[in-house]
Structures are given as structure tokens and as C-alpha cells.
Design a protein around this ligand. Structure first.
Ligand code: NDP
Length: 297
């Protein structure tokens, strides 16, 4: 099996490259820093690359992920997260391969009180969420064999993410104020990669497997709750950490509005894989244990 991984330098893409089973031939692709490069804004380069390598599977972990910046350049976000995904889907439909693609909890408005299911209607509040929804729709239109995996609040020990930002602020500020009225589920990039390969294995056994799935650990918390876990860990390791204060979203204005509640119900994917996902705290723990607080400064 030949697998092209797009966004190979991002949080999820990097873990996908690392965790690829040895039986799979992997071609990592990024905008720069890989032997094969691709800028998704160069729409014609997408079919060119895929028709050169003719992969059995493409995993698209590349995306415009700057949620606030997307408010200022929504067309660019739509080009990368929507139009380019359409070209990918169209080409994979031609080639007859599988497209695995990631989407986001931010396709939802956050007005529900129960975790969102795949059948719940998207109603994005911000430009990033809207652009990702366009990508989902583009895949549905061209309809290659596909698996769309919506995830949320992605972090890892590398990259730009909440875990690393909080670990830095905990050591460099006297007080850190974090919003407590946005509820969702922190999801580690290594967990996403692991589940993706489990699902790919299922697909190899049953090629009729297709569609939209939610992929996060179980449970939920607020950004404040997530920060508190990180701070507690650093404190128990003997580090002097900042005071942590819970605030409301109105006290921390951002360009993009975010959903107040975007927990995803992952029962559909758990049923396909035949196993319940662990709670988010259990997924976080090994990463906290590997975290070198000085590496984030
Ligand atoms: P990252 O921001 O860590 O990585 C995104 C990758 O996309 C980077 O390698 C980046 O390259 C690449 N990229 C951006 N623009 C282009 C472009 N024009 N052409 C080619 N590559 C490009 O994202 P994550 O790993 O966190 O996200 C993976 C997936 O999960 C995405 O689909 C995202 O929407 C989704 N997701 C992410 C969440 C999060 O909290 N991060 C939450 C929910 C869903 P470069 O390094 O060169 O900029």
C-alpha cells in the first residue's frame, strides 16, 4: 500500500509519519522540509502530484488552522480548507483511492447540551469552521472512497498548541487567566494518528467503510480545566507555577467566536473499532510525563 501524507510537518501529520506501519510505503508531503512538497493553494499541483505517485490512500492532515487569523483572510482559509480539498477529492475519485481527511468540532455552533453526533447539523460560528465545513461538503460532492474524521483541541509535545503555551505561561507569568465557559475535548495528536491507522486497517478489511466519524477521547472539560491539569502536573514535579484564574469568554475577546460547547459523541467510531476510547485525562498523562518544561520556553 502506498500512502501520501499531506501536512507531514503539522501536529497530526508528523505523528502519522512516525506511527506508519512498516508494511506501508509512506510519502510525506509538506509545504517545505520534505523531499516531495506541495502548497495546497497551488490547485493544479494537487492532481499533478497525486497522478505522479498514484497512492492507494491519501491522508490530508494539512489545513489552514489559524482560527483567529482566518477571520482576516477567510478566502485563503476557504481556498486551503475547502477548494483544495475539493481538488483532492476529485483526483482521488478519478484514481480510485481512499481519502482520509480531518475536520473540526468548530463546524458546530455549540448551542447543544449533549455531545454532537455526526448527524447533527453544522452551523459554524467562525471563518475557520466554515472553511472546514466547505471541505467536508467538497468531499461529499466528489465522493471518493473517504473517511472524514472530526477532532478537537489538538495538542502534542511539539508544534503550536495549548499544552505548550500553558506550560510556558505557567513558568513565565505570575497569573494566567483562562476561559472556563468553552467546553470541549483535548485530543493528543499521537492518539489521532493511532486511531487513524486502526481505522485504515479496518478499511483494508472492509472497503465499503466510508463516511464521517467523530474522533476524540472520552469526556470533556473547559480550557481552564485543561490548563489546571497542566499546572497541577508541573506543580507536582516541583516547578514553581503561576496562579490560574477562570474567566469568561467575554473577558478574553478574540477575533473568532468559538462554540461554548463542542464535545463530540464518538460512539460511531468506537463501534467500528470495537473499543471504547480512553478519557482525555488518560490520553494526556503520558504526554505530561514526557514534557520537559524547559523545552517550551
Ligand atoms: P497544524 O496547524 O499543526 O498543521 C497544519 C499543517 O498544514 C502544517 O504542516 C502546515 O504547513 C500545513 N499547511 C497549511 N497551509 C498549507 C498549504 N497551503 N499547503 C500545504 N500545507 C499547508 O494542524 P493540526 O495537525 O493540529 O491539524 C490537523 C487537522 O486537524 C486539520 O485538518 C485541522 O483542521 C484539524 N483540527 C485541528 C485542531 C487543532 O486544535 N489544531 C482542532 C480540530 C481539528 P506549514 O507548517 O508549512 O504551515
Amino acid at each position: 500500500m502506498r500512502l501520501v501524507i499531506l501536512g507531514a510537518t503539522g501536529q497530526v501529520g508528523w505523528q502519522l509519519v512516525r506511527q506508519a506501519p512498516p508494511s506501508i510505503e509512506v510519502i510525506p508531503v509538506a509545504r517545505q522540509g520534505t523531499a516531495v512538497t506541495l502548497d495546497l493553494e497551488d490547485l493544479d499541483a494537487i492532481p499533478q502530484l497525486l497522478k505522479t505517485f498514484r497512492p492507494d490512500v491519501v491522508i490530508n492532515a494539512a489545513a489552514y488552522t489559524a482560527v483567529d487569523q482566518a477571520e482576516q483572510e477567510p478566502e485563503r482559509a476557504q481556498r486551503i480548507n475547502g477548494t483544495a480539498v475539493g481538488r483532492l477529492a476529485e483526483t482521488m475519485a478519478d484514481l480510485g483511492g481512499l481519502l482520509i481527511h480531518y475536520s473540526t468540532d468548530y463546524v458546530f455552533a455549540g448551542t447543544q447540551s449533549l455531545p454532537y453526533r455526526e448527524t447533527d447539523p453544522p452551523a459554524p460560528l467562525n471563518a475557520y469552521g466554515y472553511s472546514k465545513w466547505l471541505g467536508e461538503q467538497a468531499i461529499a460532492i466528489h465522493n471518493p472512497a473517504h473517511l472524514i474524521l472530526r477532532t478537537s483541541w489538538v495538542y502534542d509535545l511539539r508544534g503550536k498548541n495549548f499544552l505548550r503555551t500553558m506550560a510556558r505561561l505557567a513558568q513565565t507569568r505570575p497569573l494566567v487567566r483562562v476561559v472556563a465557559d468553552q467546553i470541549g475535548t483535548p485530543t493528543a495528536a499521537p492518539f489521532i494518528a493511532r486511531v487513524t491507522y486502526q481505522l485504515l486497517e479496518r478499511w483494508q478489511a472492509d472497503r465499503s467503510l466510508s463516511g464521517l466519524y467523530h474522533l476524540t477521547p472520552r469526556g470533556s472539560t473547559s480550557w481552564y480545566g485543561f490548563a489546571a491539569k497542566i499546572f497541577d502536573h508541573l506543580r507536582t514535579q516541583g516547578w514553581a507555577v503561576a496562579a490560574l484564574e477562570a474567566i469568561s469568554s467575554s473577558e478574553y475577546p478574540t477575533l473568532a467566536q468559538r462554540p461554548a460547547f463542542s464535545t463530540l459523541n464518538c460512539q460511531k467510531l468506537e463501534a467500528v473499532l470495537g473499543t471504547p476510547f480512553p478519557p482525555w485525562e488518560v490520553v494526556l498523562e503520558p504526554l505530561l510525563n514526557q514534557l520537559d518544561p524547559q523545552s517550551v520556553l
